[in-house]
Design a protein around this ligand. Structure first.
Ligand SMILES: [Zn+2]
Length: 332
């Protein structure tokens, strides 16, 4: 028994060192300073990769970051059961003890304990507070919302939702600033750089939109032809959709487009053709540059474009409900 325990302890220390070293190396490769959370997160994954998977030939590795806590606990329980089964069949006592100790230790270390998101009444995962948002950014810097005016010096904005001059005739948010998630924001920066020599600048109507604004819109206009149903949320709530047009750098005026913003008739559709050639050309120019930059158009709104809903590390962008004051670094 003593020999078994000693062997288990030595093996545990060896595996622990191996994992911590590889976690630091991975972080150095990514040029990010390793935070406690990212170490715990990486350690959790590596523990399964290095230890449990080869030991018991587990096919499925739980992905802790985007699962619900209940799912994680279920998966951990499944792994413990599999480990016990493996012990009964072929493995040694020390192997099983190590696995059980590490799996038990890993549960309180789990980053989900940091409560990065809340589940709302529709069962949607929602980032509602600054600390949850910060924790996620530490895990994956692509999840950060970036202010577009800091990347695009000649960016113009016309935030109609901050006025009563919008389809709801109510002020939907205050002190807005145009934000998109980092990869989408950098892609838009590139598009602006390509349009500049042609004499065009970007005119933003709306970009990231807090989830509560989608709820407000739905209260006023509960019609999914005009507004996003809060049961699903919108790409704007995830910071990956943007409503925009072009303006002339020479005159500062908006380039003529098929309709004004938030016109909900067929005239606003991408495929609507009964228009002067010059307007079709303007619409096609915006679409061409946005698509080349990685954005997808929406068939019913010439102004709406969305970026893919996954970071390069495979994390989906969750709905967010932080208001603009909170994002500017002030307290909510
Ligand atoms: Zn939109």
């Amino acid at each position: 028994m003593v020999i078994f325990s000693l062997a288990a302890f030595v093996k545990l220390m060896f595996i622990f060192n191996l994992n911590i070293n590889s976690v630091f190396q991975a972080n150095i490769k990514l040029k990010e300073s390793p935070s406690i959370v990212s170490i715990c997160f990486s350690y959790y994954n590596r523990m399964y990769l290095f230890l449990l998977k080869p030991m018991y030939r587990l096919k499925e590795i739980p992905h802790p970051y985007d699962s619900k806590p209940a799912t994680i606990i279920k998966k951990c329980a499944k792994h413990i059961r599999l480990t016990c089964l493996a012990y009964q069949k072929t493995t040694t006592f020390s192997k099983t003890v190590i696995s059980l100790i590490i799996m038990t230790l890993s549960i309180p270390l789990h980053p989900l304990n940091a409560q990065t998101y809340k589940i709302n009444k529709y069962g949607l995962q929602l980032i509602k507070d600054w600390s949850g948002y910060q924790t996620r950014i530490k895990m994956d810097s692509d999840l950060a919302l970036m202010p577009l005016d800091s990347l695009i010096p000649d960016l113009k904005t016309d935030f109609v939702y901050a006025t009563k001059n919008n389809f709801t005739h109510t002020i939907l948010y205050q002190r807005p600033r145009a934000y998109l998630r980092k990869p989408a924001a950098l892609a838009l920066q590139k598009i602006a750089q390509q349009l500049r020599p042609l004499g065009y600048g970007l005119l933003i109507y709306d970009a990231y939109r807090p989830y509560n604004v989608t709820e407000k819109m739905w209260q006023v206009v509960p019609d999914n032809r005009y507004a996003a149903d809060p049961k699903h949320g919108s790409g704007h709530n995830k910071g990956i959709s943007v409503d925009l047009s072009l303006y002339s750098l020479q005159t500062g005026k908006a380039v003529p487009m098929p309709t004004e913003f938030d016109n909900f008739t067929s005239k606003a559709h991408q495929g609507y053709q009964n228009l002067p050639d010059s307007i079709i050309k303007n619409r096609a120019l915006l679409k061409k540059f946005m698509e080349a930059g990685g954005f997808s158009p929406l068939s019913t709104e010439w102004w709406h474009f969305s970026y893919p809903n996954k970071t390069s590390r495979g994390h989906p962008y969750l709905l967010m409900d932080l208001n603009f004051d909170a994002l500017s670094g002030q307290k909510q």
